[in-house]
Ligand binder design. Sequence first.
Ligand code: FAD
Length: 413
Amino acid sequence: MSGHPLLVAGGGIAGLTAALMLARSGHRVTVIEQAAEPTEVGAGIQISPNASRILIDLGLRPALERVAVTPEDLRVYSTRAGGEIGRTLLGGEVERRWRAPLWVIHRADLARVLTEAVHATPGIDLVHDARLRDVEPLPGGIRAFVTIASEPHELDVAGLIGADGVRSGVRTRVRGGPPARYAGRTAYRATVEIDRVPEELRRSTGLWMSPKAHLVHYPIRGGRLFNLVAVVEDDWTDESWSVPASAEEFARRFGLWEPKLWPQPARSLLTLPAAWTKWALCGFDCRFEWSSGPVTLIGDAAHATLPFAAQGGGMAIEDAAVLAGTLEAAPNPAAAFRAYEALRKARVRAIVETARKNGRLYHLGGTTGFFRDLVLKLGAGSRLTERHDWIWSWRPSDLRKPRDILAGPAPAP
Ligand SMILES: Cc1cc2nc3c(=O)[nH]c(=O)nc-3n(C[C@H](O)[C@H](O)[C@H](O)COP(=O)(O)OP(=O)(O)OC[C@H]3O[C@@H](n4cnc5c(N)ncnc54)[C@H](O)[C@@H]3O)c2cc1C
């Protein structure tokens, strides 16, 4: 089966990757993105091997390697221990073991590479300043009501893929799924020129763990910028989900004036940015049904997660690959969407749960924090990538064949 006209609502990582995968299998895809032009917050993202191998398979390796950094190692620090407690090799070691790289990259660079690939691919229309308003069922498909540059339009398609992010209207209004809720964590993000950062940190990924807070840092933009993400347990009182925050507000919130809370090496990083952008981290229970008839959800729209396993974007890229596989095997989009959901749910839930547990581990204080640090110092800190093996080793070809899924449930083990 091929050649379905499909509509993807949302031109983020999920929507653009899905469009590329689907066009490759012969579908005609329209992607509508509400932003008037490509925009991505000035911050970084880690792309682990489970996702980078899919992007490489799409032919994007040369373009991504021009802008991504392959960090040499992951260094873990604890504020209660006062410094480094573990170091694990990344770089060539990850590529050797997982046959694909771990990249850290500016989101705008990733979005640009995906957008350029979309423009270069026949069969995809990417329309900016276009917003999905509503849908109604049609025999054998769906009618989408869309505004493009404030003008109303109707699009009749065989299937609708909601890739419209954590606050997805396709999830809440079309699928009747849960709304996004603040998860009690706020992320502050900033980038600084790399030459302001100590030389020995410029090729590494770092994680500082502290009671009720943590900091992640790594180089981006081909090594010219340094990305900082600091997360704190918090209440969210602002009206929007992402707002600017001054260095003073940041210092107050992270207790930078308390000399004992953040050791000097961490404090000197946290005081580099003149301003931050703060984000409410949101989630919802992803156990609802993502698919119904010719409508399904991918990426954050289906399963937004706390970012503490660095897998939200990775799962969005995996979704795109699986969806393209089921659409190749199924007689129609409705059957393909059901099969896609069946193939994805258990893994996605396990990753969401891992991220939640990581968040707890990073923020431990007192005796439990002491034992966490001890375990890392005694050797676990040099084997941290082991914990990710089940996530990073995933390949679309490992799945039960979409054709088998469509034929019926798996036999009991
Ligand atoms: C602090 C932080 C750090 C993170 N770090 C990592 C990491 O290291 N690695 C990783 O893999 N993931 C990470 N993530 C998660 C990752 O950013 C997300 O999972 C990923 O961006 C989701 O992509 P998406 O395309 O599903 O959604 P989005 O990126 O939200 O894209 C949705 C798009 O849909 C558009 N849209 C919305 N409504 C409509 C509509 N009605 N019509 C048309 N368009 C619409 C929006 O404008 C948007 O462009 C992190 C997240 C955070 C918050």
